[in-house]
Design a protein around this ligand. Structure first.
Ligand code: HEM
Ligand code: HEM
Length: 170
């Protein structure tokens, strides 16, 4: 099943910039999530937190919301303009693995911040639990995705890695 029409050009500049912006934002979330948990627990108890926890916690809210915006914008670009074709020489099984991994990554990049926003602004504990639950699958999928990208480069020897850095590369 083709998710969208393939195009002969590579990724758009917007898609490339958003890909790496999302990577940076996920690293930010990786670094600051403990502060967010402290801020969340203290706020729910009505307790005070220090300035570092306050700032890092709000950075989590901002960076996480930006992930949501970036993922939606990237998906829009992908559906509006298509994506570069998957390499023809790639075996069917790895093609499908890549497609499923990408779909699940997009799903989490959208659902996780939504659950976080509902938890934080609605002070709803269950949404916080759902938010937390998605973290490990996201890390596993990212791990799989990076292994896949490196396998493309060094095993299948396709130009896929280059095209996520250089817009327009097929
Ligand atoms: C894709 C973007 C995001 C990622 C990767 C992310 C990641 C995380 C992680 C790893 C935790 C710690 C879970 C734990 O160990 O308890 C966490 C907690 C939390 N995050 Fe996010 N977050 C994102 C977006 C957001 C957004 C937009 C908000 C909105 C305010 C938010 C609010 C929260 C809250 C309230 C908690 C505490 C929940 C709890 O401990 O039950 N997050 N986040
Ligand atoms: C937070 C980490 C990352 C996330 C969430 C992420 C997510 C994604 C997503 C959603 C796509 C788009 C697939 C599509 O629309 O069809 C993609 C493409 C791609 N990513 Fe990542 N990525 C991450 C890190 C990396 C890293 C570190 C590398 C390189 C080692 C990488 C290499 C690639 C490549 C090569 C593509 C293009 C695949 C193609 O053209 O067929 N990604 N990534």
């Amino acid at each position: 099943m083709a998710i969208s029409a393939p195009r002969s050009r590579g990724w758009s500049t917007l898609s490339v910039v958003l890909h790496w912006a999302i990577v940076v934002l996920i690293v930010v979330q990786f670094i600051n999530h403990e502060w967010m948990v402290d801020l969340w627990r203290a706020t729910r108890r009505g307790a005070e937190v220090d300035a570092t926890t306050q700032t890092a916690g709000w950075a989590h809210v901002v960076a996480g919301s930006l992930v949501l915006l970036a993922a939606l914008l990237r998906l829009w670009d992908r559906f509006a303009h298509g994506r570069p074709p998957y390499p023809a020489e790639e075996p069917t099984w790895s093609l499908w693995l890549a497609r499923i991994t990408h779909a699940l990554i997009y799903a989490i990049l959208i659902l996780m911040p939504i659950a976080g926003l509902i938890a934080w602004f609605g002070m709803i504990g269950e949404a916080g639990e759902i938010h937390e639950f998605m973290w490990t699958p996201l890390l596993v999928l990212i791990g799989l995705h990076v292994i896949g990208a490196l396998a493309q480069q060094f095993w299948f020897r396709t130009g896929v890695l280059k095209r996520i850095f250089v817009p327009g590369t097929v």
